[in-house]
Each structure stands twice: as structure tokens, then as C-alpha cells.
Design a protein around this ligand. Structure first.
Ligand code: COI
Length: 344
């Protein structure tokens, strides 16, 4: 099926991080016994998909996803942020789940085309962005657990506003959990759907008690920071060092995490450390804290609660400086010294 919907636009003033059905999505089908594995794909109206209830996606969660954003600039251009980085991460994630890698160029070109075909859904500058959600999963009916042959990659999009719209402007409250988000050596470093499925219940227990999200400690020692449900933490210590946990099997290599590191090192010449960071060190030495993610952007953390200890982190200067630079690059207001922007 080809063509487009003609769905209504949302109210730009009240945009949240929620789905607005847009006009067009992309789908490519993969077959590992064919060369090339992935067909060139097609564009179709945003719609439900038909899948066998026996597909390995449904029982076993054989699927990965991505998230990236396009922005409208004040002079009318449309900019996509680091689609190559998401393309590479989706390949890596797919291979971890024994799925065939989706070609990098095809990923980027399809993202660009999805943005173009949904151009009217890109919010005006300052009101939000167009969030793209590429996803790849197994489609064939298969009862036993084992490698699959047939796959699909879809790319759809939605205009979005801030993830915690309506939340406290002072920042989020995080409950520190004596538990890992994922198992060491597991799929935590891949953007596997199952990593997120398991986190919903955990976070909800604490959201019901007034927290915004949870912060997981490492599964091995229950000492070191790893991630929230969907973002990478950074802590500015009293010494002036900006610290974030190093990439390992429990940590997703966030694109916003990497962008923040590059800006902090190369543009602000900060003392940036990727190293293990214990919750004790945060409680004793932490001065400012924020979390990074495509959906979260850079979000300040106002309070962390670990067991009975409450730590208030009232400063927000560094995050604001980093976010201003990142936003400037993403919206074309600033020069892009890293070659991150892809003009649509
Ligand atoms: C993103 O930040 O793009 C994500 O995929 C995280 C998700 C929990 C919204």
C-alpha cells in the first residue's frame, strides 16, 4: 500500500511526549536467505501492522528500536540530528538479538524520507521536535526459541514536546534502587525492547509515591550508578569533574550521552571522566546532576533518594550551558563543529 493519511495536526502549545498519528511510515522486509537481505522498502499511511501471533517478536521479544529527532529551524530548514549514530546502534542492537543488520545508508535515507513526507507535523521552532522511532523485529511464526529468517524494519514518527511536561521546573526526583536494570553480560547495551518492558513496573512503584523515575545501581555490586529507565546519568562533583558511568554491558551507549561528552570535552574543556561512580560518592561529593537521552534531552535531577538518605542537588548551571550548546547545534542556531547535522 502506498499513499499518505491526512491526519489532524496536534495543538503545538500542549505537545507532550505522546503519539500523534502522522501521515506516512516506512517498512522494509528482510529475509536472511536473500541477497540483499533487506528490500528497498515502501512508504505507506501510518497504520496498524499485521503479524502472526506466533511471531518470535510476540513471544520472545525479538526486537530492537531507536529514537532520533528532527527540528525545524527559524529560517525554515529541517535538521535531523546524528542519524548515522542511530543507524550504527540499531545494527549493533540487531546483531545482539541475532537479526540481520539494516544498511546504514538505507536507514539514514529512509529517516530523511519519513521526515519529508511528514513535514507538516514538525513543530514550529521552540515548540518541540519530530521524534522518529525506527524499529526492527522478527516476523515469522516460530514456536521454539532459535534464530529467525524473516524480519521487518518500520520507521514511524510523531511530533513531541518535553518528556516531563508539567513536571517540576526544578528537576526530577529519582529513587535509587538496590537493583540492576539489566543483567551483567545481558542485553543492556543494546536497545532491545525487553530491556524497557521490564522497567515499567519497577518505575511505576515509585512514580506512585511521587518520584519521577528510578536510578538503577549496577547488578553486580549494587554500588555504582548505571541508568534510569531510559537515560544516562551525569554528576558534577565538588572537585569540578563531570562524571558519567563508563559503557559496559549494563549501559546503553546513548547518542545524547556521547554528544554531551563531546561538547563538555571539546567545547568547554571540562574535566570529563567516564568511570565507575558510586552512589556514596554522589551523596558525599555530588554538586549537580542531570540525565541525558533523546527523549529526555538533558534533564536536571533535583533530588536523589537512596535508602533513607535524601540528597538535594540544587545547582543547574552546567546542564543549562551544555543544553544550550546542544540545542543550538540541533536547531541550526550554532555552528556544528562535529558534523552531526543532516539537512533534510
Ligand atoms: C529515547 O530517549 O529516545 C528512548 O528511546 C527512551 C524511551 C524510554 C523514550
Amino acid at each position: 500500500m502506498t499513499g499518505q493519511n491526512n491526519n489532524p495536526l496536534p495543538d503545538w502549545d500542549t505537545l507532550t511526549f505522546s503519539l500523534t498519528e502522522t501521515d506516512c511510515m516506512y517498512r522494509s522486509l528482510g529475509d536472511t536467505e536473500r541477497e540483499p537481505v533487506w528490500d528497498e522498502g515502501e512508504f505507506m499511511p501510518f497504520q496498524g501492522i499485521t503479524i502472526s501471533p506466533a511471531a518470535a517478536l510476540m513471544s520472545y521479544g525479538v526486537g530492537v528500536f531507536e529514537g532520533l529527532k528532527a527540528q525545524r529551524t527559524t529560517d525554515g530548514r529541517i535538521l535531523l540530528f546524528r542519524p548515522d549514530a542511530n543507524a550504527v546502534r540499531m545494527r549493533n542492537s540487531a546483531e545482539r538479538l541475532m537479526m540481520p543488520p539494516f544498511p546504514i545508508e538505507q536507514f539514514i535515507d529512509s529517516c530523511v524520507a519519513v521526515v519529508r513526507r511528514n513535514e507538516r507535523f514538525i513543530p514550529p521552532p521552540e515548540y518541540g521536535s519530530l521524534y522518529l522511532r525506527p524499529m526492527q523485529h522478527a516476523v515469522e511464526p516460530q514456536l521454539g526459541l532459535g534464530p529467525c529468517r524473516h524480519f521487518a524494519t518500520h520507521i514511524f514518527c510523531s511530533p513531541v514536546g518535553s518528556y516531563f511536561r508539567g513536571g517540576s521546573p526544578q528537576g526530577v526526583r529519582l529513587k535509587v534502587l538496590e537493583q540492576g536494570r539489566v543483567a551483567p553480560g545481558g542485553t543492556g547495551w543494546a536497545k532491545a525492547m525487553g530491556n524497557y518492558a521490564g522497567a515499567i513496573w519497577v518505575a511505576q512503584q515509585w512514580k506512585d509515591q511521587g518520584f519521577d523515575d528510578v536510578l538503577y545501581l549496577d547488578a553486580h555490586h549494587l554500588q555504582y550508578l548505571t541508568e534510569t529507565s531510559g537515560s544516562n546519568p551525569f554528576v558534577l562533583l565538588k572537585s569540578g569533574a563531570l562524571v558519567t558511568p563508563p559503557l559496559d554491558s549494563q549501559i546503553l551507549p546513548g547518542v545524547t550521552r556521547d554528544s554531551t561528552l563531546r561538547i563538555a570535552r571539546d567545547l568547554l574543556s571540562l574535566d570529563v571522566q567516564e568511570r565507575e561512580l558510586s552512589i556514596q560518592e554522589v551523596l558525599e561529593e555530588g554538586e549537580e546532576m542531570f540525565c541525558t537521552g533523546t527523549a529526555w534531552t538533558l534533564l536536571n535531577v533535583r533530588e536523589v533518594v537512596h535508602k533513607d538518605e535524601v540528597k538535594l542537588l540544587e545547582k543547574d548551571d552546567l546542564r543549562m550551558e551544555l543544553l544550550e550548546i546542544l540545542r543550538g547545534i540541533q536547531t541550526g542556531e550554532r555552528e556544528d563543529p562535529f558534523d552531526w547535522i543532516r539537512e533534510v
